[in-house]
Design a binder for this molecule. Sequence first.
Ligand code: NAI
Length: 496
Amino acid sequence: MTQALEKNSVVAVIGSGAMGAGIAQVAAVAGHTVRLYDTRPEAVEKAIAGIVKALARLVEKGRMGGAEADLARERIHAMRALDEAKDAALVVEAVVEDLDVKRALFADLEGIVGPDCVLATNTSSISVTAIGAKMKRPGRLVGMHFFNPVPLMALVEVISGVATDKAVADTVVATAAAWGKNPVHAKSTPGFIVNRVARPYYAEALRLLLEQAGDPATIDAVMRDCGGFRMGPFELMDLIGHDVNYSVTQSVFNAYYGDPRFAPSVVQQELVNAGFLGRKTGRGFYRYGDDVVPPQAQAESAQQGAAQATLGGADPVTAALKARMGSSEGAATIFLTDGRSATQRALDEGRPDTILFDLLLDPVKATRIALARADQCSAAAWNAAVGLFQQAGFTVTRLDDVPGMAVMRTVAMLANEALDAVNQGVCSAAAVDIAMQKGVNYPRGPLAWADAIGLHHVFTVLANLGATYGEDRYRVSPLLRRKLAANPTGARIHAQ
Ligand code: NAI
């Protein structure tokens, strides 16, 4: 095991904005002497004042002792000039996201620091290889990508450029772990892990809205209550800001030479055009303000009549749902979505009264279920199916009949992207699941989730989406095909 940097060694943080301040706090709490620099001295002062407040809050909440907080504060020193970083064992750069500025900074640092000093960049979107290209010793440059807010978010993506020494990356992984973080290794590729694998969370939601599957409040509620995501995609994009989210999507799309997987959405572009950037402008998908009544998710009214329907399918999600619901027979047959619309499936299987349900993270505890009704399905069969779920304690939300519904198609695409990242050697399967849980708070790693649904089912969803849309966007990852070819019924990504 590679050793972390000595606890009492010096860590210099260059750039004292939101990220630099957070990194300085975490390093100081971990025991390092921290030197904090910014071309604007007032930014360093502001950062230190912010850290003092943050530490005081931790003490108030009983998460840190007062003496420990005082010691952490005493370890942080403002740097007046860059050459005060000369005794640093690690320099973490968190300046503006600009290749030329970062290259110039590392050129200066190479002339200041000692031969064993590790140089790290917190870039979120620039190639680590490109930043290191002009360095005398690019082997000692590594990406150390923290997530915002740094003290709260456990993930650190440790990014190796083409020239990065393995030992340097290993040291940074061990150091981040010693700071209480969850580090994962990744290769320098556009979006690294999280910003690449998370794209479908936004892209599929925007596509669902474009195709009128539901309004933002309804789709958000389904993603939260059925999928277990902490925030729905529309409220999350409103929080991030549409200018920022749209530009990350565009940069990943361009970086992958226009791969339709990452295509930006005209729906979001129009919000940017309108200046409706989300919370920060008071309007995005939602309106914000004291007098705004938040829109409610669609919910079917209570059914009084017969509450009967047949749950079909033998997949693990349906099996868990059957255990909760008990047995019932009725005119409608209800299946977990397999990527076809209910209308298509009704035709394919000669069963007009077909109803589909969307993926549930936890079929036993979920409070809401999303259903889609085939155009051929009778009102009586639909009402009886709705009543059955209501009797079992679900709020029933109807999505219009789009293929793959909301949670299933999003999770299948997240898993597909994760599989491609693994297949292309960006990171391990374990790393991608840790990254998505610790970097963006997903309730389950996308690959563990695909295992739970069954890889064959995930494959079927993607293949059906591909057949419906005829778009390369839904192409199945070669790794998924390979796993299923090797073991058609029992394939898994993670060992059980
Ligand atoms: P920020 O704008 O809050 O802070 C950047 C600071 O760098 C400013 O105080 C600025 O005065 C200073 N600065 C600019 N050029 C400098 C130089 N040559 N030397 C020293 N200081 C300089 O930016 P933020 O959000 O803290 O981001 C910093 C870096 O972290 C960027 O590369 C960004 O892409 C990355 N990042 C940002 C995340 C976020 O959510 N904000 C998440 C992960 C990474």
